[in-house]
Design a protein. Sequence first.
Length: 389
Amino acid sequence: MLHGAQNFGAIQLNEAVGVLTVNSGANQQLNGSFVHSNFMGTGNRVAAEANAGQYSRVFSLSHTDPYTNIDGISRTVSATYRTYEQFTSASSSFETETGSLGLNYGWPISEFQYLRLGLSYNRSDLFTDPNASARESVSWVQNNGNTYTRNSVVGDPPITSTFYGTKFDTLELNAGWSFDSRNRSLFATRGARHRLNLAITVPVGEVDYYTINYDYLQFIPINRWFTFMNNFRIGYGMDIGDTTSLPPNRNFFAGGPQSVRGFRESRLGPKDSFGNPYGGNFRITNQFEMLLPLPQKFTQNARFSAFVDVGNVFSNDHVSFVGKDGRTPVYYDFAFEDLKMSTGLAVQWLSPMGVFRFSYAFPLNAKDGNDIEYGDQTEGFQFSIGQAF
């Protein structure tokens, strides 16, 4: 629940745009960004972003030269620092600290298509507390990377607790293809967008894996009043070699405004030993929407739709899950009958802070829990803000 929000404004000077937003309440968050599309008159783009919340902090800086040669090849150099105390607001404790350096090149191959190729170097430190971290997370750090321990002695008589962590470096090769024929980037009414991204670690580090992501967005005008929208997303990752499973900080999550409305955000899919969302290595979601007519003066900055959402998160990458009793194995392999569905109404409004999204959904096949399995957590009304960058 958002108790209040303060927007300190979007400042625009020529080609520079800055946004500072403060969300207050139970989950306080400070978001700031700055983008200059013609830095010091060079034609280069410089972007900086800072997000600081209750459970995470992200700081990033990038520099893009859009024309490194006459063929329009772009080059982006980036640096990012991330820390998480838990991956979602509902996840069990799992401290991660990651620093990344990236170099990416992009090639325009047609008016609508773009290719991307790059490398990123990542240094990660994952740390668990056996009293607050799920046993799936503790098992991963004990069996992957360069594992270390820390002991803590408290109480009288003294009680010793052992904490487990792991450090590892990865070098990722990234490749992507995109196609975008939409008539505009915000509130499009026709056209399509495809994005395909592959990331695979070069076998020089301690942890190896790959991930594949594809999303497809299509707008089909039915007549002058109605437009059909289809938003499909799929992601898959798998460990390679001696790595026991996909690193927990690479897992996929689903549920909520961006995937399957009517289910609480990030709560779908595998549950850890505490019953909290652990994420999985396979996610599939699809949002079908019929965009409904609005008065002409609102069409550029607002949208009203009826929707049906389908999707879930699954796991088949060698993680062992147990039920509520802590003993009975529970499996989260893909099955069509486990795809969650919901239907409802949604409103989007473009404000100076970004896109406000409101929805009210009715879950169609939420599952009740039992003595072993955890039930689905539902939520009718949902609200989110998409930041303006």
